[in-house]
Design a protein around this ligand. Structure first.
Ligand code: MF3
Ligand code: CO
Ligand code: CO
Length: 302
């Protein structure tokens, strides 16, 4: 049942009719949220067989093991290049493939996005210093399947405002994930994220989104972290895999791409940005987090 739309909202199917004039009755009559006929699906090609779901589980399990390995190595005085070397070595030592390295020409093994960098920061000789916040975004290819996740790290003593931003970004990701229901629109994600971030005056980045993932790094569906007409019309189904990875800005949601390196994305107003990411598998009730770690993110231990 669709519990995110009210009667007078536009219907999730993209018809341009009001919900009450379109799918509302049908949704109310559904016995459960799993009542999605696979035959009626337009997106069967995005739903993995149970064998392939196992492949995604394995890829994501390794990726989160890598995050667990890394967690206590990220600290004041460590350069982002040193983190890159650790991730590269750990991945190769386990006979897996770093997904970012060489991806559309990306030069390193992971993305390290410090302070006002929103995403796709390139590891270099920058040394993490007291008060920094950094996003560590890891992606590995395991036997041809991709696992993708990121976390914020608080370096040394971080200001209250920076810590709060990281906490709210985490909360927005979790609320986005928890709002996912098979048979309901993808827009549940963006609606839930905006409901966390917007009342606090934070900007929700629109230029970069979550994505389908599987045998490819980035594929359908798009997972915007704000409500769009397309995400209202896209119905989530069991067996789909995609990421939720909201980027939450202290100020404006607007972004600037570094023209020199072609990758680094910064906030337009140079204020801070925070991001978290999980890879998900949709089941009959909601979303299962495949990239769950054994250890706790640094925001919960500082
Ligand atoms: N890991 C990023 C994501 O969440 C993508 C990084 S692509 C790279 O989708 F080329 F910048 F590494
Ligand atoms: Co991703
Ligand atoms: Co990622």
């Amino acid at each position: 049942m669709n519990n995110t739309l009210s009667r007078n909202d536009p219907c999730w199917c993209g018809s341009d009719l009001k919900y009450k004039k379109c799918h509302m009755k049908e949704d109310l009559n559904k016995t459960s949220s799993t009542d999605v006929s696979p035959k009626a699906s337009k997106n069967n090609h995005l739903c993995l067989s149970s064998n392939d779901q196992g492949k995604m589980r394995d890829a994501c399990a390794f990726n989160s093991q890598l995050m667990d390995y890394l967690r206590d190595k990220i600290d004041v005085g460590v350069s982002t290049n040193e983190i890159d070397t650790l991730v590269h070595k750990y991945t190769l030592d386990h006979n897996h493939i770093p997904a970012c390295l060489g991806y559309h020409g990306f030069p390193k093994t992971l993305c390290t996005s410090v302070n006002e960098v929103i995403c796709h920061g390139i590891p270099d000789d920058y040394i993490l210093k007291d008060g920094d916040i950094v996003n560590i975004d890891l992606t590995t290819v395991v036997d041809g399947w991709f696992g993708d996740q990121s976390e914020m790290f608080l370096i040394g003593n971080v200001s209250e405002k920076a810590k709060t931003l990281c906490e709210v970004a985490y909360e927005s990701m979790m609320k986005g994930i928890e709002a996912i229901r098979p048979g309901e629109p993808m827009a549940n994600v963006g609606i839930a994220i905006e409901a966390v971030a917007k009342p606090l005056g934070y900007g929700v980045v629109r230029d970069y989104q979550g994505h389908g993932i599987g045998r490819k790094f980035h594929q359908e569906p798009s997972v915007p972290h704000f409500k769009t007409a397309e995400s209202m019309a896209f119905i989530v189904e069991p067996g789909m895999c995609f990421t939720v990875e909201p980027m939450i800005n202290e100020g404006t949601h607007l972004t600037v791409l570094d023209r020199k390196d072609g990758w680094t994305v910064r906030t337009k107003d140079s204020l801070l940005s925070a991001q978290w990411e999980h890879t998900l598998l949709i089941n009959n009730n909601g979303a299962e987090i495949l990239t769950k770690c054994k250890g706790n993110p640094s925001i919960f231990s500082n």
